[in-house]
Each structure stands twice: as C-alpha cells, then as structure tokens.
Design a protein around this ligand. Structure first.
Ligand code: Q46
Ligand code: ZN
Ligand code: ZN
Length: 313
C-alpha cells in the first residue's frame, strides 16, 4: 500500500477516495478537505474570530488543530457537563491540548456556573440525558460566542455524524430538521454563525489524524450515550459503506446539493415565528426559551450521582 502522492508506504487507505496516504500527505489531505469545506460553504471570512466547541474527544481537538494550522484565529470552549469521571477526564484532555499549544480555552461549568449538571437535568425532566445535554450545549455555546465577540461557533461534527442525523431525519421525514441540516447556519439576531468544517472527513479519519498529529484525546464514549439512536444509524450506514464505498458521502452531499433547498421554507417559517426569550433574549417560539425553563426546573434539585458505568471497550 503506497501513498498516492509520494509512493512511500501508506498509513491509511481511504476507499471512498480510492487513495492511500502516508502520514504527511494524510495530514495535508485533511487540511485540504477542511480548507475546501470552509471556502465552499463560506464558513469563515478573513479576520473572523472562531470559537471551537471542544469536548476533549478526537473530532473537536482535531478540528481545533486543523483550524489553527490553516491560520484561523480560533479559541476553544469547554463545557463541563458534570457526567462523572467522563467529564473530569474530557476536561483534562481539552486543557492539556490548549496548554501544550499555547491556545486559549474558555471554560463554562454547568454545575458551578449554571446550577445543574446533565445527570440531574435528565432525572428532573425524566427524559434521555442527551436531550438536556444537547439543549445546554447549543445555548451555552451561542451565549459564550456572543459574550466573547466571536463571529462563529465551530463544532466537530464529521461526515459520519451528519450522515447519521440525516438518515434519522429522513427515516421519520422530520421536515423542520431537514431544513436546518446545513454545514453552515448564518448568524441571526442573538445567535452566532454555526459552522461544521469537518463534514468532508469521516470518523475513522479523525481518529487517524489525532494519532498522526500526536493529539491525546478522550477515547471513551459518553456513558450516557446508551439508547442514542444515532449509534444504530451509524452502524447501518457503515454496513452500507463497506459494500459501497462513497455511499455515505453521496447520501449527505447529494442531499445538500439536490434536496436541502426543498425544506428551507419550512425552516424559514419556523425562524420567522421566533421572539426574544423574556429571561435571556435568545430567539424562541414561546415566551421563555427551553434552556431558561430547564434552569428553572432544576433549581434546588438534589444532584444525581452518576451510576451508569462506561461499557467495556
Ligand atoms: S455528551 Fe451529552 Fe453526548 Fe453524552 S449526554 Fe448525550 S449529548 S452522549 S455527544
Ligand atoms: Zn506521501
Ligand atoms: Zn432564555
């Protein structure tokens, strides 16, 4: 197996590109994919300040590394979710990455700064943890970006993530979500621009990128992810990809090219119906946004001890 560029021994084969790469040219390939994505979708303009949502996992650390290497002005934001040892360790990886490279990491802690954590919110709302967790992430990333004067929030969603979400939304024809499933969402009143520069890179490639670049990351999956439907969708898509390389990428990018505009009106109508939250000013369909309601509901709740253990690797 030889590198497509230099013919030296390759370290990775990318079947959907019908190419193998050595370490050096694989890194170059990843940078080129991100650069093309940013340019094509006009994600970041010269001089923009970007806030990278950093979880301590491979995707977000690779994204931060790639943006910095490409010359973007990118700080990190770590949100402490209070998910037991998993969160403690994730925070350590994020801090270590930032300090080794002299990068600026903003930190927000759900329990210390807001008053609840993910396990407690899940118990109070009696819903899956990912629901309160996702809501908190979206809200606090937006808020930190606006407060810090950043132009865009960048998240480490990769091709596998986006294809799995699209698969789930298509299975159920969740039209409102399909209208919003874009790699870039423009800024609007009270919300920063949101960008996903890794959509051309697969999960396996991000893991390989971290290994090649010597990035230490949280390998364990979140112990609260059990029951997350996207894991099943990823497996299904991986099975299809194995027999038909490139299917995942075609599914996602052909949707963006040929179908996403069909759902844009629905998303626009939804946006037009939003008003400022009476408590925090975030655009919301009701009087008070879902995050402020969550803060209210969890106020004074006894913190829940995390009993779920990570599954064996
Ligand atoms: S951290 Fe949060 Fe994820 Fe854990 S509780 Fe779910 S959403 S799985 S990316
Ligand atoms: Zn090479
Ligand atoms: Zn609010």
């Amino acid at each position: 197996m030889k590198c497509r560029v230099c013919r030296q021994p390759a370290v990775i084969d990318l079947r959907r590109h019908n190419a193998n790469f050595c370490a050096e040219h694989f890194v170059e390939h990843c940078r080129e994919q991100v650069r093309r994505t940013i340019d094509h979708f006009k994600m970041v303009a010269p001089g923009d300040r970007v806030l990278v949502a950093v979880s301590g996992g491979k995707d977000s650390l690779a994204l931060w590394d790639l943006l910095v290497e490409l010359g973007y002005d990118a700080d990190g934001l770590y949100l402490g979710l209070g998910i037991g040892d998993y969160s403690d360790e994730s925070g350590r990886y994020a801090r270590e990455f930032a300090s080794q490279r002299g990068l600026h990491l903003v930190e927000v802690d759900l329990r210390d700064d807001i008053g609840f954590d993910v396990p407690t919110a899940a118990a109070v709302t009696k819903r899956v943890p990912c629901s309160a967790c996702g809501l908190s992430k979206r809200h606090l990333f937006d808020r930190a970006a606006i407060d810090g004067g950043y132009d865009a929030v960048a998240t480490g969603h990769n091709l596998d993530d986006e294809a799995a979400v699209l698969f789930g939304n298509t299975l159920r024809w969740n039209i409102e979500y399909l209208g919003r499933q874009l790699p870039v969402l423009p800024a609007r009143a009270g919300l920063p621009r949101k960008v996903k520069p890794l959509v051309r890179l697969a999960e396996r490639e991000m893991a390989a990128y971290c290994v090649v670049r010597g990035i230490d990351y949280q390998v364990e999956e979140c112990p609260m992810a059990a029951g997350n439907r996207h894991l099943g969708y990823k497996e299904a898509l991986n099975a299809i990809e194995a027999s038909s390389p490139g299917a995942k990428s075609a599914f996602y990018f052909e949707f963006l090219d040929k179908a996403s505009h069909l759902f844009a009106n629905r998303a626009q109508t939804e946006r037009d119906g939003l008003q400022a939250c009476q408590s925090c000013g975030t655009p919301t369909p009701g009087e008070v946004c879902a995050f402020c309601r969550l803060v209210e509901r969890t106020a004074g709740a006894t913190p829940v001890e995390l009993t779920v253990k990570a599954p064996p690797l």
